[in-house]
Design a protein around this ligand. Structure first.
Ligand SMILES: Cc1cc2nc3c(=O)[nH]c(=O)nc-3n(C[C@H](O)[C@H](O)[C@H](O)COP(=O)(O)OP(=O)(O)OC[C@H]3O[C@@H](n4cnc5c(N)ncnc54)[C@H](O)[C@@H]3O)c2cc1C
Length: 352
């Protein structure tokens, strides 16, 4: 490990060997994982984690390039290990227990304005004291909204390294969004919220944007979840929930990149101008015209069949459709390092 900031921990699961196997398998999806016998090393953009089996324990060594990254690495690992343990008894202790402090990647923001971009897309501009973490790199955040009329209580780090969320009357609304644009001159970050009226269910994330007033308080946790892929040819596909990310990738992709894009929106009024220094071949699909056959999924499948295997596949839409697309890419043995295929929302459920 070359990183300077270090921390060790001890995990006591019911089945330490089983948890090591699960961790090795799970993290291989998101990071570089090396295994030598009973030792697993996970290397990601936040740092390095070593998990070593020692009898009925897992010994953990974390290393990162800054205290902020070290805290993120600990929180990420702690959240995962508790998740892997499920309902079984599990204890996790750290050599340096975290003080109950606000999370290193939590950014308090205030609404500056909320204006429509198209009839169903609202752009909320947030003032943020330090916008530098949002420039370039990772694009997504968890938006945290306090209950109406109450001062916000933000999450803190618990002794076991996990995030301790406020509960009861202070419970926060949490939804995932994309930072559409960062205005470094004004210290603003912009988020585009799709207004997706659902007659049968509440839509708290969309409603936050609809009701947003200047001065309203919120927070972003992040950024995380991927940025502009480094590839010569990128296929971009998705619906309105993915439109802010697709537009940002197109805007940030360097000249010389080839972009092939399919975006599904309700109708022509929902199309947006998308600028790019790259060569952009963009096809808008109107949902209203394909109600019976489903426009986006067949269009994505057709396009994938015609694209060269080295194309980077960046695809985000509804959960069931993503399941189909992943299966197709698996059948075609598409290189997993050359894809970002994520569900952004779920019919009848919350975002992923
Ligand atoms: C990494 C990531 C980035 C995202 N970026 C953005 C973004 O920049 N802008 C954006 O608008 N969304 C974005 N989303 C999607 C957004 O998080 C979800 O749409 C979320 O469900 C909205 O929360 P809600 O409270 O409005 O609705 P929920 O409470 O989650 O759901 C209520 C009902 O609305 C339906 N629903 C939810 N989302 C949609 C949708 N998109 N279309 C149709 N019906 C829907 C659900 O099926 C449910 O029936 C992103 C998601 C992820 C994972």
């Amino acid at each position: 490990m070359t990183e300077n900031f270090r921390l060790s921990g001890i995990a006591m699961p019911q089945d330490a060997a089983g948890m090591l196997d699960i961790a090795a398998e799970h993290f291989a999806e998101h990071a570089a994982v090396a295994r030598t016998g009973d030792r697993v090393t996970i290397t990601s953009e936040v740092g390095e984690a070593e998990l070593a089996l020692d009898g009925s324990l897992l010994r953990i060594d974390l290393a990162a390039q800054s205290t902020v990254k070290l805290q993120l690495a600990r929180t990420m690992l702690a959240e995962h290990l508790f998740y892997f343990a499920g309902d079984a008894p599990f204890e996790l202790t750290w050599s340096d227990p975290p003080p109950p402090a606000v999370l290193a990647n939590l950014h308090e923001v205030r609404v500056v304005s909320a204006e429509p971009v198209t009839p169903h897309m609202l752009r909320v501009k947030f003032a943020c004291a330090d916008v530098t973490p949002f420039v370039g790199g990772q694009m997504h955040v968890r938006l945290l909204v306090p209950p109406k009329g109450r001062p916000p209580v933000w999450p803190v780090i618990d002794d076991d390294g996990r995030i301790k969320w406020p509960e009861g009357e202070d419970a926060l609304l949490v939804r995932v969004y994309t930072i559409r644009f960062v205005d470094t001159g004004r210290n603003e970050v912009w988020v585009d919220f799709l207004q997706h009226p659902n007659p049968d269910t509440a839509t708290p994330g969309a409603d936050f944007a609809r009701d947003a007033r200047p001065g309203d308080r919120a927070a972003f946790l992040g950024p995380g979840g991927g940025g502009v892929p480094e590839a010569g040819h990128i296929f971009l596909a998705g619906d309105e929930a993915a439109l802010p990310a697709i537009a940002r990738i197109a805007e940030e992709a360097p000249a010389g990149t080839r972009l092939t894009a399919i975006i599904e929106v309700e109708n022509k009024d929902e199309e947006q101008p998308i600028e790019s220094a790259a060569s952009l071949d963009l096809n808008w699909i109107h949902r209203a015209e394909h109600a019976a056959t489903g426009g986006l999924l067949p269009a994505i499948k057709d396009k994938i069949a015609s694209l060269p295997p080295e194309t980077f596949m960046w695809i985000a839409c509804e959960r069931g459709d993503i399941r189909d697309i992943r299966a197709l890419l698996k059948d075609r043995q598409h290189d997993r390092k050359r894809m970002y295929v994520a569900w952004y929302w779920e019919r009848g459920g919350e975002s992923g």
